[in-house]
Design a protein around this ligand. Structure first.
Ligand SMILES: NC(=O)c1ccc[n+]([C@@H]2O[C@H](COP(=O)([O-])OP(=O)(O)OC[C@H]3O[C@@H](n4cnc5c(N)ncnc54)[C@H](O)[C@@H]3O)[C@@H](O)[C@H]2O)c1
Length: 284
């Protein structure tokens, strides 16, 4: 297993910044790459802000916060990853961009370094095929928001080595996450189950003519869900759910995977849930 003393995070958007925050909080020297220095700085400010809030809430010492922020180096160059033992990719969900990046990273890093992708819907095996050393490539699928959601799916692609999988698993644990191992199949574990299930819930709204409030109450009080399905889809974002649903349907062709027309109409109307102020519910 590779000992991870330095980690690289490529892409410091919603997921990458959260992952970088977890790494620096776990005491790991971290280098983050964005496409421009301004985007990198903005991500560092977001991370610093979240850590300051933890200090204010009494969950982190000021000195620990300062040390954590100090562990994050920023770059726009890939060369900065040459001495990383693990690089986690969290750039845009586009296959050509990921293929180009993995081919470059593979040429740069040490022979025993591990390359991980945070992709939700692309094939890890297909991404690994862009490299000469596919055995070092795995999936590390974090959930949004990464600092708060305990799960990370450790995805074994067709050619991943045991060593790469176990390095990623151990690193997930070091970040304080609950890792689970799975193979590279569409939706991995949680989205494969959750997306069609949430689609069923939305279809039931129309079939059973139940209100979102009653459906949410039904699943909470009758099935023990911690949060009702309409509340959950609003939180995830209707656009994000529709996109994930389309990706799963494209791969598996099961009718339940396809986004319900009601959700597509909401997405098209700009009703995106909590982030737009209105979805199944209205938010202030
Ligand atoms: N948002 C989610 O709920 C979620 C959950 C799990 C996994 N994911 C996956 O994580 C990845 C990132 O998603 P996100 O929601 O953080 O997207 P995002 O758009 O918020 O962030 C992507 C970032 O990558 C940067 N970027 C693009 N190309 C780059 C490159 N070559 N080098 C460095 N930076 C680059 C962009 O500037 C942007 O800041 C995607 O693969 C997505 O499928 C997302």
């Amino acid at each position: 297993m590779t000992t991870v003393r330095k980690v690289g995070v490529v892409g410091l958007g919603a997921m990458g910044a959260g992952i970088a925050q977890l790494c620096v909080e776990a005491g790991v020297e971290t280098v983050g790459r964005e496409v421009t220095a301004e985007l990198g700085e903005a991500a560092r400010e977001r991370i610093a802000h979240f850590l300051t809030r933890k200090v204010e809430k009494g969950r982190l010492e000021q000195a620990e916060r300062d040390a954590a922020v100090g562990r994050l180096a920023l770059t726009t160059e890939l060369d900065a990853f040459a001495d990383c033992h693990l690089v986690i990719e969290a750039i845009v969900e586009e296959l050509p961009a990921k293929l180009e990046l993995f081919a470059e990273l593979d040429r740069l890093v040490a022979p025993d370094a591990v390359l991980a992708t945070n992709t939700s819907a692309l094939s890890v095996t297909e991404i690994a095929a862009a490299t000469e050393h596919a055995e070092r490539v795995v999936g590390m699928h974090f959930f949004n928001p990464a600092p708060l959601m305990p799960l990370v799916e450790i995805v074994r692609a067709e050619l991943s080595s045991d060593d790469a999988v176990e390095t990623a698993y151990a690193f997930g644990e070091r970040l304080g996450k609950h890792p689970i191992r799975c193979h590279d199949t569409p939706g991995f574990v949680v989205n494969r189950v959750l997306i069609p299930l949430l689609n069923d819930c939305v279809r039931v709204l129309d079939e059973a003519r139940v209100t979102p409030e009653d459906l949410d109450a039904g699943m909470r009080h009758g099935a023990g869900w911690p949060m009702g399905p309409c509340t959950l889809v609003d939180l995830v974002g209707i656009d994000v759910h529709v996109h994930a649903s389309e990706a799963l349907y494209e791969k598996l062709r099961e009718p339940r995977m396809a986004p319900p027309p009601r959700l597509v109409a909401m997405r098209n109307a700009g009703l995106l849930g909590r982030k737009s102020g209105r979805g199944f519910y209205v938010y202030d």
